[in-house]
Design a protein around this ligand. Structure first.
Ligand SMILES: [Cu+2]
Length: 213
């Protein structure tokens, strides 16, 4: 590189001024030429990887929800094996009778260090009966307002106002033989009521308690 420059420039440097100019150019070239490759190599070698790292990081950030989404359909084969640490799997169903407004259990429990709860909810009624049920976990003392807001939301909203601040977590309203798995942040230690917000079901006894302790 420098030999090439000297070879090209030397024939032109007959005057002192020209020589000084060439010397300055060489100094500039010597001082800047090593810097430029470094700068180029940093732009080519380090800035771009940084950008791709950033892209990779954002890809990872956007890819992070995907395992959660794909983890929802997968729990059926191996629920506990695919659970990340701190996630506890629960299952609850409904009674089978069309007029039997009960869950398959009225007590659910998770340990206090639970971070996330993955709950599989199954409507065990006969699809021909067209009985919809949901599973709604409510904040302490909020069941009355959540139920009232669900009634106000009406049939079009599946009898639930999903924006109700009294709701901790909820499944969809599902028909017989359907299931819906949800994953949500475990609430603080304590006892929480879960209810079905379909009209009259809670009054008929469709409720239970999730305990974190
Ligand atoms: Cu119900």
């Amino acid at each position: 590189m420098l030999k090439g420059l000297t070879w090209i420039i030397t024939p032109r440097s007959f005057s002192k001024v020209g020589f000084i100019a060439v010397a300055i150019m060489l100094m500039v070239a010597c001082s800047s030429t090593p810097a430029q490759p470094t700068a180029n190599s940093t732009t080519a070698g380090s800035v771009q990887p940084t950008q791709s790292d950033a892209g990779g990081a954002s890809n990872q950030a956007t890819a992070t929800p995907d395992p959660d989404e794909t983890a929802e359909p997968t729990p059926d084969p191996k629920p506990t094996a695919t659970n990340p640490p701190g996630t506890v799997s629960l299952e609850i169903g409904t009674a089978t009778g069309a007029n039997d407004f009960k869950y398959s259990t009225d007590t659910l429990q998770v340990p206090p260090d639970t971070k996330k709860i993955k709950l599989k909810f199954t409507n065990n009624t006969d699809p021909k009966d067209e009985i919809g049920h949901n599973w709604v976990l409510v904040k302490p003392g909020q069941e009355t307002s959540v139920l009232a807001n669900g009634i106000a939301a009406g049939d079009d909203k599946d009898w639930l106002n999903v924006d109700d601040p009294g709701i901790i977590a909820h499944t969809r309203l599902i028909e017989g033989n359907q299931r819906h798995t949800i994953t949500f942040d475990a609430p603080a230690a304590g006892s929480y009521l879960f209810i079905c917000t379909f009209p009259e079901h809670y009054a008929g006894g469709m409720k239970g308690t999730l305990t974190v302790q």
